[in-house]
Design a protein around this ligand. Structure first.
Ligand code: ASP
Length: 367
């Protein structure tokens, strides 16, 4: 789980990120820069920011466990035929397993990505990232990027030392998707195993299989088929929010059967500003959790309700204690069809922008 992380501008900024990530830097790697590979004037230039994940991991022969091992440049070098479709500009941002990612790191990544996308010669950006939290990283950038150029998150389920690595094919398709993008307005996508998913909808659904990312009821946006991009769908647009200098403390709690609400009470007492409570069914919690939620609300905590159910949305239907309607009537925000981890990111950025302005925060959850 160890690795390195870099920032674009200064040693100072790098030191701040290193502190946040708790990882060690090698001064020779600083500051990270865009390394251009290929200068064919007939081809578009696509930026690639590598952050780590299985796509950049190899199995350590000593322990038998996969660990961060491959740089951005090595990732690109392993993709046959990439030089025939694009010039690439590579930046090694970090090399960490995505279980170590955090909103602080995605905030930094978002700023770096916007800087890169500002360059007129860059057609779009591929971010390589671990798949475990890719849906969150992609959604964080969907919410915060200023640029409207295409951004594609990709990664791999099989590591770079596997006899059947899926990373090179995924990288090729991600670059190809950007080359073939002619105003799709798909925002940030997660594209693996040829399927293009919208950042807002995508979920990792399988722990080990290469066909793991799916988009639920909304469906895939498209499919990269060789040198063609099939288009199936449009995206549901997300609100745009600034990357805050300081992130508020927002957490999520999963309600379980028989839950006494203790975690929510403790969170409220610890001074968190927002809590996402993942309830059951159409957004319902038990009586003890309902009391704990009311306690949190009384302390000025913003409470958002999601569900553990995969399809459709939470709704204000049940009016008994802990029912979705009762929760909403008491001041909770219902997250619609947004899944818990993404609702947490939206709440975090929403509180950072609007503070305790409940009406404005509620509006963010309205689509
Ligand atoms: N453990 C990996 C990660 O960084 C899993 C992957 O990338 O597929 O999320």
């Amino acid at each position: 789980m160890n690795g390195r992380i870099f920032t674009p501008r200064s040693l100072l900024a790098t030191a701040a990120v290193l502190l946040l990530c708790g990882v060690a830097a090698q001064s020779a790697d600083l500051p990270p820069k865009l390394e251009i590979v290929g200068k064919n004037p007939a081809l578009p230039t696509v930026a690639i920011i590598s952050t780590g994940g299985t796509i950049a991991e190899k199995t350590d022969p000593k322990t038998g466990g996969a660990i961060p091992a491959v740089t951005g440049a090595e990732l690109v070098a392993a993709v046959p035929g990439l030089d025939k479709i694009a010039n690439v500009a590579i930046m090694s941002f970090s090399n960490i397993d995505s279980s170590q990612m955090s909103p602080e790191i995605w905030a930094k990544l978002s700023k770096v990505a916007d800087e890169v996308l500002k360059k007129p010669e860059i057609k779009g950006l591929v971010v390589t990232h671990g798949t475990d939290t890719m849906e969150e990283g992609a959604y964080f950038l969907e919410l915060t990027l200023n640029s409207e150029k295409p951004v594609v998150f990709t990664g791999a389920m099989n590591d770079a030392s596997s006899p059947f690595p899926d990373g090179p094919g995924n990288m090729y398709n991600a670059v190809q998707q950007i080359c073939l993008d002619n105003g799709n307005d798909w925002g940030v996508t997660v594209t693996l195993n040829c399927y293009v998913n919208a950042a807002r909808e995508v979920r990792k659904t399988q722990t080990v299989n290469v066909q793991t990312f799916m988009s639920g009821e909304k469906g895939y946006l498209g499919y990269v088929l060789g040198d063609k991009l099939l288009k199936f769908n449009t995206r549901t647009k997300s609100p745009k929010l600034p990357v805050p200098d300081k992130l508020p403390k927002v957490l999520s709690v999963t309600m379980y059967s028989g839950d006494d609400g203790a975690f929510v009470r403790q969170a409220a007492d610890s001074g968190v500003e927002g809590i996402v409570v993942q309830g059951v069914g159409s957004g319902n919690v038990n009586a003890d959790m309902d009391k704990a939620v009311k306690y949190a609300l009384s302390k000025g905590v913003v409470v958002v309700i999601t569900t553990r159910v995969y399809y459709c949305a939470v709704e204000a239907f049940y009016g008994d204690q802990g029912g979705g309607k009762e929760l909403q009537d008491n001041g909770c925000i219902l997250a619609g069809n947004l899944q818990t981890d993404k609702a947490r990111l939206l709440l975090l950025l929403g509180i950072a922008k609007y503070g305790k302005d409940l009406k404005s925060i509620k509006n963010l959850f309205s689509n």
